[in-house]
Design a binder for this molecule. Structure first.
Ligand SMILES: *Cc1c(COP(=O)(O)O)cnc(C)c1O
Length: 341
């Protein structure tokens, strides 16, 4: 079964937009209670999992009211459950810290936590979860997950209950080895690649859900020696034609991309020129005759003629990951939704 992970406003796509595209999943996983409420308001009656569980006691009331399943990762959350008054016992996902060292009970504390939960009348079913730190890469000679799988097996092997271990990277790379009931598919649900640049989207057959596009609103003709943008960080070495694109860091385009980063104009690859400013950036049009004022610019995602500029490639140029760019899409960017078959 698949949890579609829709935390952080569905990785920047908007909960309602993502809901339309992802309602074929078996459940939704997130951490913000407002977002869980939104999903219920949208009509989702199936499972919703709070990945970090309750942040304070009164969150459990909402869990009861909205029938939310929730992670339990620390003793305080068990204390809150023990004090919680509810007619309907909760389904919980007890989290093991198998090596990520972020949330979860240690291997030595896990079984006592399970026993304590199992004795609570507030608890119905206990499932088991853990999270991998290195499913997207190799780690000190191992394949990145084996050491955590070993810990999980050693602690949980004889415990009953459904299991949830894999994020996108583990789902794509380690599906033969990780046996569990629920995968937690985040970035891959939006066509982002968890192990870029080792693999690109075509390797995993992923298509981008998010396209950031704009237009050229100005054209400049440069001579050798002319500079472009703030800080005059780019100097033309020959005559060139550049376009000014109505998109900048206030839209969520990363300011850190260096001059020369990939971008599409009318679906053709070219490069950025100079620094990204708040509302604009420049692109090289010299090798693209026929482009100019009003040409369509694809900052990432699906170009107008089927070409794709992976968000992961732009992220890499900016020294970050596609996840961060998706989540940072600014509110002021108008969003339209298109349904693909
Ligand atoms: C965010 C998150 C995921 C999804 O991770 P992706 O790499 O986007 O697939 C899965 N599990 C937990 C606990 C998470 O916090």
């Amino acid at each position: 079964m698949v949890w579609a992970v829709v935390k952080a406003n569905a990785y920047g796509h908007g909960i309602a937009n993502a809901y339309e595209g992802l309602r074929g999943a078996d459940g939704f996983a997130l951490l913000d209670l407002d977002e869980a409420q939104q999903l219920r308001t949208l009509g989702w009656r199936g499972p919703i999992l709070l990945l970090e569980g309750a942040f304070e006691t009164r969150d459990l009331e909402l869990c009861s009211r909205l029938k939310l399943w929730h992670a339990v990762h620390c003793e305080q959350q068990i204390d809150w459950l023990a004090m919680h008054k509810t007619h309907e016992p909760h389904r919980v996902f007890l989290k093991l810290n198998s090596g990520m060292n972020r949330l979860g009970f240690s291997a030595t504390a896990f079984r006592a936590a399970w026993t304590r939960l199992n004795a609570l009348p507030q608890v119905d079913e206990i499932s088991l979860m853990t999270h991998f730190s290195d499913a997207d890469a190799l780690r000190s000679g191992s394949d990145g997950i084996q050491h955590q799988l070993d810990v999980f097996e050693a602690v949980c092997a004889d415990l009953p209950g459904e299991r949830s271990l894999s994020n996108s990277a583990a789902t794509l790379r380690h599906s033969q080895r990780v046996h569990s009931d629920w995968v937690r598919a985040g970035i891959m649900s939006y066509g982002g690649v968890p192990d870029y640049p080792e693999h690109g989207p075509e390797h995993w057959d992923l298509r981008p859900a998010m396209t950031l596009r704009s237009k050229i609103i100005g054209v400049q003709h440069l001579q050798a020696g002319d500079t472009v943008g703030y800080g005059s960080s780019f100097t033309a070495t020959q005559a060139m034609r550049i376009g000014t694109v109505a998109c900048g860091y206030a839209d969520g385009y990363p300011r850190h991309v260096p001059s020369g980063s990939p971008i599409l104009v009318d679906g053709q690859r070219t490069t950025t020129v100079g620094r990204v400013s708040m509302d604009m950036l420049a692109v090289d049009l010299s090798a693209l005759p026929g482009t100019g004022f009003n040409s369509e610019v694809t900052l990432w995602g699906q170009g107008p003629k089927g070409q794709v500029l992976p968000i992961d490639e732009v992220a890499k140029a900016a020294g970050t990951i596609g996840y961060e760019l998706m989540c940072a899409l600014a509110k002021r960017v108008p969003v339209t939704v298109q349904h693909l078959e």
